[in-house]
Design a protein around this ligand. Structure first.
Ligand code: GCW
Length: 697
């Protein structure tokens, strides 16, 4: 009797407790809710292989298939029920490479089976996740798949004190203080999520690195994480501070050509490999924004990169960042990385990749592709995207970056004058042994990992496009929406539409028509087009928009900085003539009079004001679309998203109002019909201060 009471109480508690925790976003897209076609879900996982990676695949399949079907799925050595069978190929299948897999339906012992085969255990794990995705999205098909890019990495800008530079999802996941003893179970879920989208490496610490990350205690901590991630095919990398031989080794120099410095790095690399045998390598930010580097000693970028590459040898890679610009250089910041790196093409060691941001300024809501992508055919270039939304509304604005990444990857560099050399193809590294793509992570200790449910889609899309840079952002959005919420078309269609137009909306209310770098100082939260007081000219928004009574925009043609000349002539053609170009890049390349007639027939002034206005209206409209989704979403996530969309609508209006007020103070022109006056004065917007905005350290 008493027992029954306990059970009844339990049931009651579960009934009330479960929904409160069930849909808080923690499960991400690995949310294995029962499917309608539960009967078709296999009853057993069959394998004769065993390794930590195979065990991870089996456990994911058992959990996933059980939850999807509502029935217990067992592990077996042979087929005696409808099964999914994991098999290592006896003879390697060249099409699959080291990480690919095949999924095929068939029969065995009279039972329906799905066979997942691969040349490696990690291929089996990727195949297991792909198969689960097929069931979740309701599209089960025979398939063969292999990644097009070798290094698919997250870059964490995580600091040793637990803060995250440009992080908007809580604290760093890495509990450095309690590692290596305390291994938070969340590290396994992190690895599962990454493996499910094919990410195979993670740089644990901020590129603004502390030398302490390379000390023995911190290497032990990194090793504990590496041990946890290893079964999931994820290698650990570290950002290296170039001056570490001075700070840790007591040397008087970090000159890359100094024999003692070289010996120090070699010994450090050897020490790392004793603790982390599959250590991936170093990521380096050198001679950029105050970080030390080889130029402090009159040496070149490749002197620095190659010295570290030699220390690692064939055990690992150096990812040398091209995000380099200097205070002393008066030239357009847009040109500096190209000027710095282009002459050194072909001079980097074979295990060096040069890591280039998608655009030449800094992850702006819209940027043309970085000219280096078409300019260094002899060097493997690694793409650096920013998944965290430093410039697109932090974690509160909806901006689906799959569409942003796709736009950058699809751009044609016309490398060597040849059509079809898209950024994606350059990144895939057809002519190189190495290829890579990195995303600055948007992950933290928030229960939903990314600060908002929709920001999970940006992590997801990054992984899927890293696997296949020619993939479709729209298809990926649909996949994500189905796995994360529901396969109901009444939900998927409008939500994918919302996602696919969301980045454009943000660009419209923040940086329309090719404007860029208009955010407020330091924290980068909110508008600051008026800022003109920072020590370096190229930190000031006024440097980028150059608005006055006559006009607006940055002339990057021959009459201006001529940054355009850094692109192949065929790529230049797309942007050279303001009258023939995609106007979403207009003011990036051209300084034009307010009276300039845009394609719509309206003067530039009117067009700019109307675009700001449209952005704010479109942002507000997202709330109505989402309200109609209420019947298809659990209450908790519905409400969380509704709240962030409310914040976005308010902040979009703020961006619009402040920008309209400011540019009107420059142009002195009346607002076009239909564009309302800003709610407050320009002085009010200028007076706003945000000393506690997140992500700024
Ligand atoms: O523009 C800057 C960001 C910095 C970042 C830097 C970089 C890690 O605002 O926070 O530093 O880019 O990419 O190195």
């Amino acid at each position: 009797m008493r027992l029954r009471l306990v059970h009844a109480l339990c049931a009651l508690i579960c009934l009330f407790a479960a929904p409160a925790f069930a849909e808080d976003g923690y499960d991400l897209w690995l949310r294995y809710k029962p499917v309608a076609s539960a009967d078709a879900v296999p009853r057993a996982v069959v394998t004769q292989s065993d390794s930590p990676t195979v065990r991870a695949a089996v456990s994911e399949l058992q959990k996933g298939l059980s939850d999807l079907s509502g029935q217990t799925v067992s592990l077996a050595g042979n087929v005696s029920a409808p099964s999914v069978v994991l098999t290592r190929n006896a003879a390697p299948d060249a099409a699959l490479g080291n990480e690919g897999f095949a999924i095929r339906k068939g029969t065995e012992n009279g039972q329906p089976v799905t066979r997942i085969s691969a040349n490696s255990d990690i291929g089996l794990l990727y195949g297991a996740f792909a198969y689960l995705r097929q069931i979740q999205t309701g599209s089960i098909t025979d398939t063969t798949d292999a990644p097009k890019v070798k290094l698919r990495l997250l870059n964490h800008w995580d600091n040793l004190d637990g803060t995250v530079e440009r992080g908007y999802a809580g604290w760093s996941l890495w509990d450095w203080w309690r590692l290596p003893d305390l291994k938070d179970p969340r590290y396994v879920d992190y690895a599962r999520a990454n493996a499910s989208i094919g990410i195979n490496g993670t740089v644990l610490n901020n590129v603004n690195a502390k030398a302490a990350s390379l000390t023995a205690p911190y290497l032990d901590k990194a090793a504990a994480l590496a041990d946890t991630f290893r079964p999931y095919g994820i290698r650990v990398y570290l950002s290296a501070r170039f001056s570490a031989p001075i700070e840790l080794g007591g040397l008087t120099t970090a000159d890359p050509l100094d024999p003692q410095v070289r010996a120090w790095w070699k010994a450090k690399a050897d020490e790392i490999y004793t603790k982390i045998p599959d250590f991936g390598g170093f990521l380096v930010k050198a001679n950029s924004e105050g970080q030390p580097g080889p130029q402090d000693y009159g040496r070149t970028q490749e002197d620095g990169a190659n010295m570290l590459a030699e220390a690692l040898g064939d055990r690992g890679v150096v990812m040398w960042r091209a995000f380099v610009y200097k205070a002393e250089v008066a030239d357009d910041r847009h040109k500096q990385a190209w000027n710095e790196f282009k002459p050194h093409d072909g001079k980097f060691a074979p295990n060096v990749l040069v890591q280039v941001k998608n655009g030449a300024i800094d992850f702006q809501p819209r940027e043309p592709f970085h000219p280096l992508f078409g300019a260094m055919p002899k060097t493997p270039l690694m793409m650096e995207f920013q998944i965290t939304k430093e410039y697109l509304g932090f974690a509160t604005h909806l901006a689906y970056l799959g569409q942003y990444f796709e736009e950058a990857l699809d751009a044609d560099t016309f490398q060597n004058g040849q059509k079809g050399w898209t950024v994606a193809r350059v990144v895939e590294g057809e002519n190189h042994k190495l290829s890579g793509i990195a995303g600055v992570a948007n992950i933290g200790t928030d229960r939903n990992w990314s600060g908002s449910d929709f920001d999970q889609a940006n992590w997801y899309a990054f992984g899927r496009l890293a696997w296949n840079p020619q993939g479709s952002a729209g298809d990926i959005a649909a996949e994500w929406a189905k796995m994360t919420f529901t396969t109901d078309a009444r939900f998927v269609k409008p939500v994918v539409d919302m996602m696919m137009t969301s980045r454009e909306t943000v660009a419209d209310y923040m940086t329309p028509l090719g404007l860029h770098h208009l955010m407020d100082t330091g924290h980068h939260y909110g508008p600051g087009p008026w800022v003109d007081n920072l020590e370096r000219p190229d930190w000031n928004p006024v440097y980028y928009h150059k608005a006055d009574t006559n006009g607006i925009g940055f002339d990057r043609t021959r009459t201006g900085s001529n940054a355009l000349s850094q692109y192949d002539p065929k790529a230049q053609a797309a942007w050279a003539d303001p009258r023939k170009m995609d106007e979403r890049y207009l003011l990036w390349f051209h300084h034009l009079s307010w009276d300039y007639k845009t394609k719509s027939g309206r003067p530039l002034w009117d067009e700019l004001m109307l675009t700001y206005d449209k952005g704010a209206k479109d942002a507000a409209a997202l709330q109505q679309t989402w309200a109609a989704m209420k019947p298809y979403v659990d209450a908790e996530r519905y409400q969380a998203i509704a709240s962030t969309l409310g914040i976005q609508a308010r902040e979009a209006k703020w961006w619009r109002d402040a920008s309209v007020a400011y540019f009107q103070s420059k142009s002195g022109r009346p607002l076009p019909a239909g564009v309302a006056a800003p709610e407050k004065t320009l002085e009010y917007y200028k007076s706003l201060k945000f000393p506690y905005a997140p992500g700024h350290h």
